[in-house]
Design a protein around this ligand. Structure first.
Ligand SMILES: Cc1cc2nc3c(=O)[nH]c(=O)nc-3n(C[C@H](O)[C@H](O)[C@H](O)COP(=O)(O)OP(=O)(O)OC[C@H]3O[C@@H](n4cnc5c(N)ncnc54)[C@H](O)[C@@H]3O)c2cc1C
Length: 519
């Protein structure tokens, strides 16, 4: 057969299963397997909500690829392009230069990415949940809100710090709502300035029931249990806007929240978007055997591909269960091609679905059996423990879960000192941007809309409008330059989009700022 090179792009559920199956079935003399992933670990997404909820540590869901895949060449690099005519991939090397590598077969398994731009303001004000970094950032943000609420003497603002909005009632939305609700309510006993009555966790879902993937009785059970646990569920309405204060709904309501988590809005990975092949909703369409149409040696599996399941003739759903099975079957098809045998169409009978809903409850449909409540939660944990990709992670996970049974969840939030960057913020009419007397932390350039500058009168009340700023004007620099509290307040007069930069980024600018307003 001669030494063949098979390149796998993506070390997620599909890519890892494919690499493992190939390595088990083909000798190193027969085949070199190269796996590219821009991260060096495989992320076990179904447990990310538990990381955000401080039930388990980040290490329990991230398995280093090279330890998971012996005798596979793991390259932590991003593939930029697939030249299917020349059978080469183009990737960004360690020195940022583009390099090329030839292949006999290539498997695209690069999953999906988050697209928060579907809703105005979401990318600036909401937390996504698609990486270990996202889960940890959310966890620390929640801890920070608890600490702020503890020292806040304004009851309304305190309740706002303790308001959490989760957008999307699918698996990840339900799981993260349950986890955050459990985390906050179980931690209240360590704080003295607020009670459970001050906490609001709201789940917003556009359809008439949460968890559309499970049967109606289980959906209803999940809704009832979550509401009993204190989660407010809003159905049949869409979130149309996100601001620093909360989310706006299509029916005109505004839900306040210092924490917004967005679990909707996914799009295929960038690499797939750049492929000149037929696509549906950004995902590449494959032949029944998972080959790209008209290309005999390039295959696509997992969330980035539309693959019809021969078992029920429907496109396979984008779940870890299907991605794994496709990874295994694509490896078997490649081996058939290498041996000159005909390939087989993808066919899989799903085993079922599982979803944790908080307070040690879950819903489960396994092999036709429906379970809910504590038994389903026990089954959910057992299955995810067994399906975790390596023994080292299983032991870590078992340790974390045992620890959580014995001790309260960890409320520490180590500062990660993220590098400051320039972001875009969105404000609704009437939203405060900053208040007089508050410390100067950011500088703003108005992109769209109008901002009112307000000053207290001699008696301190009410605010008087002293200026109105429009597109292209900037504000907020004086407090940064002079290291003083804000001399004025600012408020959005209309819908406002603004570029916002933190103190450190602002001070790196070599521009002698000409202040437009002293704030
Ligand atoms: C919060 C959350 C909870 C979930 N819960 C469940 C659940 O309970 N049950 C379930 O079945 N499914 C669940 N899913 C869905 C499941 O995780 C996905 O369906 C599954 O991960 C898809 O596998 P994949 O291999 O296609 O992609 P992924 O697992 O996303 O892997 C893709 C990999 O490709 C890499 N990559 C992307 N582009 C490039 C490039 N250009 N070059 C190099 N590498 C690249 C990425 O870094 C990534 O590691 C959940 C997903 C999320 C986000």
């Amino acid at each position: 057969m001669g030494l063949k090179r098979i390149i796998i792009i993506g070390g997620g559920f599909a890519g890892v299963k494919c690499a493992r199956t190939l390595r088990r079935r083909l000798t190193q003399e027969a085949c070199e397997i190269v796996l590219f992933d821009r991260e060096n670990s495989m992320v076990y997404y179904p447990l990310l909500a538990e990381v955000a909820g401080a039930t388990i540590g980040p290490d329990s869901v991230a398995t280093p690829l090279r330890q998971l895949l012996p005798h596979v060449l793991c390259r932590t690099e991003e593939v930029r392009r697939i030249d299917h005519a020349g059978s080469e991939v183009e990737y960004e090397g360690y020195d940022s230069r583009l390099r090329r590598m030839g292949f006999d077969h290539a498997v695209i398994a690069c999953g999906s990415s988050v697209n928060l731009n579907l809703v105005p303001g979401m990318s600036d004000h909401a937390f996504p949940l698609k990486s270990v970094g996202d889960a940890m950032a959310l966890r620390f943000h929640v801890m920070e809100q608890l600490e702020k609420a503890e020292v806040c003497d304004d009851p309304e603002r305190r309740r706002w710090y303790l308001s959490f909005v989760i957008v999307g009632g699918g698996f990840s939305g339900v799981e993260v709502a349950g986890e955050l609700n459990d985390l906050v309510r179980a931690s209240i006993r360590f704080y003295s300035n607020f009670t459970t009555r001050d906490v609001t966790v709201t789940l917003v879902h556009s359809r008439d029931q949460i968890l559309p993937e499970v049967s109606p009785t289980l959906r209803e059970f999940a809704r009832m249990k979550m509401e009993q646990a204190g989660i407010h569920i809003i159905l049949n309405t869409r979130v149309v806007l996100a601001t620093a204060e909360g989310v706006g709904l299509a029916d005109g309501r505004m839900i306040g929240g210092a924490t917004i988590v967005c679990t909707i809005g996914t799009t295929a990975a960038q690499l797939v978007q750049s492929l000149d092949r037929p696509k549906e909703k950004d995902r590449v369409v494959t032949d029944p055997d998972m080959r790209l149409r008209g290309i005999p040696n390039v295959w696509a599996v997992g969330d980035c591909a539309v693959i019809v399941n021969a078992y029920d003739r429907h496109p396979a759903p984008t779940t870890g269960q299907f991605a794994e099975r496709q990874g295994r079957q694509v490896a078997e098809n490649i081996i058939r091609v290498l041996k000159g045998h005909p390939t087989r169409p993808f066919s899989y009978k799903p085993l079922g679905t599982l979803c944790g809903i908080g307070e040690r409850n879950a819903v489960a449909e396994i092999l036709g059996l429906r379970l809910s409540g504590f038994p389903a939660w026990w089954l959910w944990r057992t299955i995810y423990l067994l399906k975790s990709p390596s023994w080292s992670r299983r032991v870590k996970l078992a340790f974390d879960w045992t620890w959580e049974l014995l001790f309260p969840r960890d409320l520490g939030h180590a500062r990660t000192n993220q590098t400051e960057r320039i972001t875009r913020a969105h404000y609704r009419p009437g939203d405060d941007i900053f208040l007089e007397g508050s410390p100067g932390t950011h500088f703003y350039v108005i992109d769209r809309g109008e901002v009112e500058v307000l000053h207290r009168d001699d008696r301190g009340q009410p605010n008087q409008i002293v200026d109105v700023l429009g597109p292209g004007e900037f504000f907020g620099e004086m407090a940064l330059l002079d290291n003083l509290p804000r001399g004025v307040s600012t408020r959005a007069r209309t819908e406002v989009d603004a570029l916002v930069m933190g103190k450190d980024v602002f001070q790196e600018f070599p521009v002698p700022w000409c202040p437009s307003v002293s704030c």
